[in-house]
Write a protein that binds this ligand. Structure first.
Ligand SMILES: Nc1nc2c(ncn2[C@@H]2O[C@H](COP(=O)(O)OP(=O)(O)OP(=O)(O)O)[C@@H](O)[C@H]2O)c(=O)[nH]1
Ligand SMILES: [Mg+2]
Length: 319
């Protein structure tokens, strides 16, 4: 800007409005004018979230710990989310569930995880169910939708090794008459924000099969949008911008439409994956997600009360 112009504020305004390069005027700002969800990033908020999670109780004596199933794309960050929750309550990052970068699903077995409140502390009131990832394209190997249905019904025992070619059938190993506590009470779809717009048709079809089953049983469904740091540089540099990032917001809207989960049930998170100390901002997003998951899990028990009893799981296929 020339020196005569810098001495005249009115001219500066005109200059900004009319003479700025065209691409700056046409391109929307990478940040939204205001966040689309309010989140407070403070120690006080973290303490309150920790307390709410610890105090959680189910609405029935038959289930002490709701089972939360994490399912979704291979490598989406399912096991890392469990590790992240574990880390927050342990006080430092801890990587219990196997996590690795790879083209195949690293998690090959069905695993259930309970989380302790601090090292050697009591069990927290929920159980995570980790499973093999769903294949996102033809040359990937992943879990079969029939096996996810068997997990939901409570037939699959801890440590069962999934076979990507043949679904689990009646065998000595399977849980014969699953109780209400064996069943899944909340489903969390896990999707990588950096590849969310490229979701394969086959993958979306699998989501649809699970959704139909979950809707019939009254199981609440939420969606974790992971790797927000990898998907957006602004968020990578400052996690508090996650609800202001235009890119993340557009991804949330797109995923909501593609997968069929309402925006209020979509939870952007960044997992612990490379650090050796906790970060309050990472913790807040993870705990907020967990708070929403537990609150929604309650709707399963509400629904069950209204229906009078739960629907019996259909017998496991013999084929
Ligand atoms: N940048 C970043 N990387 C992540 C995040 N979450 C997970 N990762 C990385 O993504 C890779 C896959 O993470 P996992 O937790 O193993 O994913 P998964 O869904 O359990 O994968 P499978 O069991 O193989 O289906 C690992 O290299 C993690 O370190 C995240 O929020 N941000
Ligand atoms: Mg895994």
């Amino acid at each position: 800007m020339s020196s005569w112009m810098s001495r005249h504020p009115a001219l500066q305004t005109i200059y900004r409005t009319h003479i700025e390069p065209v691409e700056n005027i046409c391109q929307p700002s990478p940040l939204l004018p205001k966040p689309w969800r309010e989140v407070e990033f403070s120690m006080r908020e973290k303490t309150e979230l920790l307390e709410e999670v610890k105090k959680y109780e189910t609405l029935t004596d038959a289930v002490e710990q709701p089972r939360i199933l994490l399912t979704g794309q291979i490598q989406a960050g399912k096991s890392s989310f469990i590790n992240s929750v574990n880390s927050i309550f342990r006080g430092y990052p801890i990587f219990q569930a196997a996590v690795r970068y790879g083209k195949k699903s690293v998690t090959k077995h069905y695993r259930t995880y309970t989380i302790s409140d601090s090292k050697g502390g009591g069990r927290l009131p929920f159980t995570f169910c980790d499973s093999m990832g769903m294949r996102g394209c033809d040359n990937e190997v992943g879990i079969l939708s029939q096996d996810i249905i068997s997990v939901i019904d409570g037939y699959v025992p801890d440590n069962y090794e999934f076979d990507p070619i043949a679904a689990m059938s009646t065998c000595k190993k399977c849980t014969e008459r699953p109780s209400l506590a064996d069943q899944v009470h909340c489903i969390v779809y896990v999707i990588d924000a950096s590849t969310a717009s490229l979701l394969d048709k086959e993958l979306l079809k699998m989501f649809q099969i699970i959704q139909d089953k979950a809707d019939r049983l009254g199981i609440p469904q939420l969606l974790l949008l992971t790797k927000v740091d990898f998907a957006c540089n602004i968020v990578k540099d400052d996690l508090t911008k996650v609800y202001e990032s235009r890119y993340i917001h557009e991804t949330v809207l797109k995923v909501s439409q593609m997968v069929g989960v309402q925006v209020s049930c979509i939870l952007p998170v960044r997992n612990y994956w490379c650090e050796t100390e906790l970060d309050m901002k990472v913790d807040i997003l993870i705990l907020k997600a967990l708070q929403q998951i537990l609150r929604q899990a309650d709707t399963f028990f509400d629904e069950m009360k209204q229906r009078g009893k739960r629907e019996e799981a259909p017998p496991l296929s013999n084929e």
